[in-house]
Design a protein around this ligand. Structure first.
Ligand code: COA
Ligand code: MG
Length: 293
């Protein structure tokens, strides 16, 4: 399990912001070569990333490089850079169908990229949403490296005409389709960015909504959004206490051979145990990060 509560995007042209990411408390950083970088500055962005990776040791913060469409001229150069820098993952934009992932899996295998280099997919087109389950299933193909979906609502709104509205009413069915697809095939899902980075109140509500929908974390555009994402996507104290109680209850030898037990007037099932163990594991990872600081 990796912590992916706060996944901060940073345009690779912005050296000051790049350097800043190292000291920020986000779980992961997406170094963007795609839409936040103007066409005439793509080469400069790649050189910035090369220098940044050379100068900055890896730490307990996943590093993801978002490339341009891998078959495009920019994308080919970006993939060369990914192979040279060996980040934790390459993030593919505008994934429409399983083949978009599998052709990159093949490219990485041909180049003998280390197994640790995973593939993340932006789900941000109408076809990407319609094919979310088939794309997630591609993660079952041996050697596919698929690990995580990131929803991109800016592109999706542009392609569909859905307006940005409080509560994201008309987008929720599509967001839930993405969550269902990742759960069916054992991937993670990161919710879309929220553009108005000075509006802490609406951002807070959107994090709470994403957490309730089952997302693992949120893609961020600004350091001011990190604290709220870390808070919302972490298990709270009462959830941890409850999970520990479930683990303790099933550790009692008297529950051997029982799949359901009475815990203070509430039924708990052995299936809750797996969930409880993963929640406690996540809480320990978070506590470990806080002590390491
Ligand atoms: N990562 C790291 N640091 C960031 C950052 C980011 N994404 N966004 C802003 N910062 C830093 C700034 O460099 C600035 O640092 P400084 O005080 O040391 O100079 C500080 O945070 C405050 O920034 P602020 O002045 O509030 O914003 P800005 O005008 O510099 O930047 C944006 C605003 C939106 C241009 C910028 O946040 C950004 O580029 N975000 C990411 C966009 C992106 O990746 N888009 C693609 C995915 S949708
Ligand atoms: Mg996009």
């Amino acid at each position: 399990m990796s912590l992916r509560r706060s996944v901060l995007s940073v345009p690779a042209v912005n050296i000051r912001a790049l350097e800043k990411t190292y000291s920020l408390d986000c779980d992961a950083v997406i170094f963007d070569l795609e839409d936040s970088v103007a066409p005439e500055r793509k080469a400069e962005a790649r050189e910035n990333l090369r220098a940044f990776f050379a100068a900055t040791p890896a730490k307990d913060q996943e590093r993801i490089i978002r490339v341009n469409a891998p078959a495009s001229t920019f994308g080919k150069a970006d993939m060369e850079l990914v192979l040279a820098l060996e980040p934790d993952a390459v993030l593919l934009p505008k994934v429409d169908e399983p083949q978009d992932v599998l052709s990159v899996s093949d490219r990485l295998a041909d180049a003998d990229a280390p197994e640790s280099l995973r593939i993340w997919a932006m789900i941000e087109t109408p076809r990407g949403i319609l094919n979310a389950a088939a794309i997630a299933e591609a993660g079952r193909t041996p050697g596919s490296r698929l690990d995580c979906f990131v929803v991109g609502l800016n592109d999706l709104r542009k392609e569909t005409g859905v307006l940005p509205q409080p509560g994201r009413t008309y987008l929720v069915p599509w967001l839930m389709q993405v969550v269902l697809a990742v759960r069916a095939y054992g991937l993670d899902a990161i919710d879309s960015v929220f553009n108005d980075f000075r509006d802490a109140e609406v951002f807070d509500a959107e994090c709470a909504q994403a957490r309730a929908m089952g997302f693992d974390g949120k893609m961020l555009i600004h350091p001011a959004q990190i604290e709220a994402a870390n808070r919302h996507f972490a298990p709270d104290a009462s959830a941890i206490a409850e999970a520990e109680a479930i683990i303790a209850a099933f550790a009692d030898p008297e529950t051997d051979g029982l799949n359901v037990i009475n815990s203070n007037g509430r039924m708990i099932e052995r299936l809750h145990l797996v969930q409880a163990e993963s929640l406690v594991h996540k809480a320990r990872l978070i506590a470990g990060r806080q002590t390491a600081k």
